[in-house]
Structure formats: C-alpha cells, structure tokens
Design a protein around this ligand. Structure first.
Ligand code: URA
Length: 210
C-alpha cells in the first residue's frame, strides 16, 4: 500500500475549521468539498491517460486524455456522499458508483446495505471516498468489493485517518495495488471507535442529523 498524508498549509487550515465543534453543517459541507478537491489532485497523480492529437490555433500537438474505461468514483454512504462533488469537480468524466455501509456501534463490524456498481470493473481505476478511516473495517470491505469485481487499482481518499485504520488497511490489502490519501493522520481511536482528535461523526456533521 502507498500512503500519502497531505502536507500543505491550506489543507491543514481547512481541516482545523472542520474539526472545530462550532463549525455549522453548511460550512462543514463546503469545506469538505474544497478539501476533497485538493486531495483529489494528489489521489489522481497516477490516473491513466492516453495520447491525444489536437489542433491548437498555432499547430497540431500531442497531449493526453483520461483513458477508457473512465475512473470509477465510489463514495461510501452516507458520509462519503459529502465528498463526491469535490472529487468529480476535478474528474468530471469519471463514472460514479455507490456502496452503502454501516458499522455496528457495538461490534464496529461493517455490513453492506446498498450497492450500485457496474458488475464488471475489469481494468478500472477506482477511487473510494470515505471521510474517516477509523478501524478500517468499512474501507477494507469496500476495497475487497471492488477488487472482487475486477478493479486493477484502488485509491482511497479520506479526510482523517487513525494509525489503527492505516495499519489495518495495510495488512488487509497486502500485495494489492492500493493507495491511501489522507488529509491528516491523527493520534488514535478512542474506546468508542472515534478518531482523536478527529472531528466527531462526519455524517452527523455533514447532514446535521444522526
Ligand atoms: N466515523 C466518524 O464519522 N468519525 C470517527 O471519528 C470515526 C468514524
């Protein structure tokens, strides 16, 4: 697994506002979108492109275009939905699939309750969006899902990660082509499975309800 933790003052600034308990949902949503667009720049560093000849006003030249099949962006519902606009702003030709996962508050185990993805993901580059990498259970299950359908590489984009979740994904995806892009790597998980210092429940903060 390749790990990239953002190191940019704009990202840290926006994350600080996001972490603040006083930040209201509309601002939280807007900042999430902006942060994901910044993280998407790094996450798409290895997006596959093919040569394309074009005519400029002056001459013909060879540039590139994003290859087919187009990348697939997969927000994990519900909180990952808040990251979708920020990602497709940068990659508007990407296709979008959905995975609904919920973790049991007692066992912290993930279950899939909804899925809307192409059956065949052969040759696809996939970008999974999940704001909080806590235990890594849901993200690990989402990554398995995509590889089982034939994806060739998976990049996960998270706003915050806990070391426990990063270790879990590293072990869980050993030998697979996985990249993890984090806005920040936080200290730890608490006994309730929340990231510390974190930002609380990302879904609640985005949508203002439990
Ligand atoms: N999910 C969240 O929304 N927040 C956490 O801190 C951990 C998991």
């Amino acid at each position: 697994m390749r790990l990239h933790v953002a190191d940019h003052p704009l990202i840290t600034h926006k994350l600080t506002v996001l972490r603040n308990v006083k930040t209201p949902s509309p601002v939280f949503r807007q900042l999430t979108e902006e942060l994901v667009t910044l993280l998407a720049y790094e996450a798409t560093r290895n997006v596959r492109v093919s040569p394309r000849e074009i005519q400029t006003p002056v001459t013909t030249t060879i540039g590139v275009e994003i290859s087919d099949p187009k990348p697939l962006v997969v927000p994990i519902l519900r909180a990952g939905l808040g990251m979708l606009d920020g990602m497709v702003k940068l990659v508007p030709t990407a296709e979008v699939g959905f995975l609904g996962m919920v973790r049991d508050h007692e066992t912290l185990e993930p279950t899939t309750y909804a899925e809307r993805l192409p059956d065949d993901l052969s040759h696809r580059q996939c970008f999974v969006l999940d704001p909080m990498l806590a235990t890594g259970g849901s993200l690990g299950a989402a990554i398995d899902f995509l590889f089982d359908r034939g994806a060739v590489d998976v990049t996960a984009v998270c706003l915050l990660g806990a070391p426990e979740g990063v270790d879990f994904i590293e072990k869980h995806t050993a030998g697979k082509n996985v990249t993890l892009v984090l806005g920040a790597l936080d200290e730890k998980l608490n006994e309730k499975g929340y990231i510390v210092p974190g930002l609380g429940d990302a879904g609640d903060r985005l949508y203002g309800s439990a």
